[in-house]
Structures are given as structure tokens and as C-alpha cells.
Design a binder for this molecule. Structure first.
Ligand SMILES: [Zn+2]
Length: 147
């Protein structure tokens, strides 16, 4: 568990932390009524994955000329794994950044989105969701759905 995480209580605080630590990657995050706008919506269990990924991408962005840098545009969960979209520059997304993103998406599919423990993705056919959670969080979620 990283130290910074102790101070982060919710998604809003996490967004501020990202914006502060990785200003190039998150230049579209937390902007008021301006487009493009970056949205970020994931569970706490994946904060580490996002943060570590960002720490690897930010230095790569600095190698690209300022007006041509790609930036994060949408970060969300879909079908139990992370989807991390970036607004392309005119040359697209550099291959090394794409490789980093792919690795993080794969990691998320094995990590509980609620608590960060090792998890598996499960499908709930009644409520039509797929979530990657650890056994405890899966139990908690299915119990919550019963009531
Ligand atoms: Zn869990």
C-alpha cells in the first residue's frame, strides 16, 4: 500500500492528486465547463494501478513537444476491467504508452476494484454486470443485491 493513499479518502481527492502530480497527462481533468474534458470513474481498489501507470506515462509525455502531447480523456471500468482512453495527437498514441496502458488494463482484470486485493471477474446474470472483485467483495456485492 503506498503512503499517499492514506491521505486520499475519495475519488475527488484522487483526481486532485493525479492532476497535481501528472499535470500533462491530466490536463483535461477537473476542468470547468470546457472541452475536451477528462472523466475518471473507477473504484478505490484500482487507484494504485492508475497512479503507477500515470507515473510511467508522464515522463514519456515530456519527450513529446508540448502542443502535440496526448492526454487522458476517459478512465472507467467496463466489463470488469479498466478502460483508459487518451486523446490522440496527430501522430496517435506512441507505442510505448499503449503498451503501458494495455499492461494496466490486464492488471485491473485481476485486481479487486473495491479493495485492491487479487480478484477475478464475475458476471451477474440477473443484474447484468461484470465486476472484478476479490471473493469477499463479490460476496458483499451479491448480498447487497439480494436485499
Ligand atoms: Zn475486495
Amino acid at each position: 500500500m503506498s503512503k499517499w493513499k492514506d491521505q486520499i479518502k475519495n475519488l475527488e481527492e484522487f483526481k486532485k492528486k493525479l492532476k497535481n502530480d501528472f499535470p500533462n497527462l491530466y490536463k483535461y481533468l477537473n476542468r470547468d465547463r470546457s472541452v475536451p474534458y477528462c472523466s475518471l470513474c473507477i473504484g478505490k481498489g484500482w487507484f494504485d494501478i492508475i497512479y503507477n501507470l500515470s507515473a510511467k506515462i508522464e515522463p514519456e509525455l515530456l519527450k513529446i513537444s508540448k502542443d502535440n502531447r496526448p492526454a487522458a480523456i476517459q478512465i472507467k471500468e467496463k466489463f470488469g476491467s479498466l478502460r483508459y482512453y487518451m486523446l490522440r495527437n496527430k501522430n496517435g498514441i506512441p507505442t510505448n504508452i499503449e503498451t503501458l496502458v494495455n499492461a494496466a488494463e490486464i492488471e485491473s482484470s485481476k485486481t479487486c476494484e473495491q479493495c485492491g486485493k487479487p480478484g477475478t471477474s464475475k458476471c451477474n446474470y440477473i443484474h447484468f454486470w461484470i465486476k472484478t472483485l476479490c471473493p469477499e467483495c463479490h460476496k458483499e456485492r451479491s448480498n447487497a443485491n439480494k436485499s
